[in-house]
Design a protein around this ligand. Structure first.
Ligand code: NAD
Length: 274
């Protein structure tokens, strides 16, 4: 039987799969095939963005699967130059995807040095009310930026998608999210592959007869995080989803938690303008 990802409840009454496919740096021509492979494997969630320029290919893969729309969970994101035109940007994304709605629409970056995200958020609330996005959230927001957003709006983001992997575990921001019922979604969950070389991870994987990627993804799942690993290799896409039939014990979880916390791999939201 095909395993399905566990679901994480969102603060708006929706729920999202805890494991999905990330498609950053997947070429549009390649996206349909990659998405189709993932859906055959059991993935139901795909994370794209306007700036990835592969929404058309993603949409093609979704349609080719023949799966009912209600079984799919599609995320896309509002790019930094479009904060003042969210309704048009979402319409463009939906057209490329070939969908009537997305399951989750995120503000991709807060865009440091300004507060354009406040207008984007107000528009996104209306897009959600109009049914064009089932859930809305943000990405790369710091606690300070989230506080500012929540000062100006009664609607708390359902999700904050942030860089998060064993070497950059974001404990403080996760605690802040927990206080407000915001789901934490990990981007670069495998540390862009770097986490897989770490001797502690390799040793745990060997002891369990699993791969380092599977161990890292279990760490995300057991921490209640949503993870969206990316791969374009069918065998790895399958490997990354074969994580629902084992668990890490407390000692393994603690050993991964104890890994040295390094610098970010991606941009710092306090300075990044895109
Ligand atoms: P990732 O941590 O998912 O690592 C992906 C890389 O790890 C692959 O390119 C491959 O080299 C390697 N890999 C994957 N599976 C493997 C396996 N089983 N064995 C060995 N190596 C393996 O990094 P990512 O692509 O940066 O992040 C995942 C997704 O997060 C993206 O595709 C995108 O959807 C999202 N993302 C969002 C933002 C944002 O600003 N919101 C930023 C970056 C990424």
């Amino acid at each position: 039987m095909t395993p399905f990802a566990t679901l994480v409840p969102l603060n708006d009454g929706n729920a999202m799969p805890q494991l999905g496919l990330g498609v950053w740096q997947v070429r549009d021509e390649q996206a349909a095939e990659i998405v189709a492979t993932a859906l055959q494997t059991g993935y139901r969630s795909v994370d794209t963005a306007a700036i990835y320029r592969n929404e058309a290919g993603v949409g093609e893969g979704l349609r080719a699967s023949g799966l009912p729309r209600s079984e799919l969970f599609v995320t896309t994101k509002l790019w930094n130059d479009s904060h003042a035109r969210a309704p048009q940007a979402l319409e463009d994304s939906l057209r490329r995807l070939g969908l009537d709605y997305v399951d989750l629409y995120l503000i991709h970056w807060p865009v440091a040095g300004g507060e354009t995200f406040l207008q984007a958020w107000e528009d996104m609330i209306r897009l959600c009310q109009a049914g064009l996005a089932r859930a809305i959230g943000v990405s790369n927001f710091t606690a300070g930026q989230l506080k500012r957003l929540m000062q100006c709006s009664d609607v708390i983001p359902a999700v904050n998608q942030i860089e998060l992997h064993p070497g950059f575990a974001q404990r403080e921001l996760r605690a802040f999210h927990a206080d407000y019922g915001i789901a934490t979604e990990s981007w670069s969950p495998l540390g862009q592959g770097q986490a897989l070389q770490h001797p502690v991870i390799v040793q745990i994987a060997q002891a369990l007869g699993r791969t380092p990627a599977q161990v890292v993804l279990r760490w995300h799942l057991q921490n209640g995080l949503v993870a969206i690993p990316k791969s374009v290799t069918p065998q790895r896409i399958r490997e990354n989803f074969a994580v629902f039939d084992f668990t890490l014990d407390e000692a393994a979880m603690q050993a991964i938690d104890a890994l040295e916390q390094g610098p970010r791999l991606g941009p710092d939201p306090d300075v990044f303008r895109g």
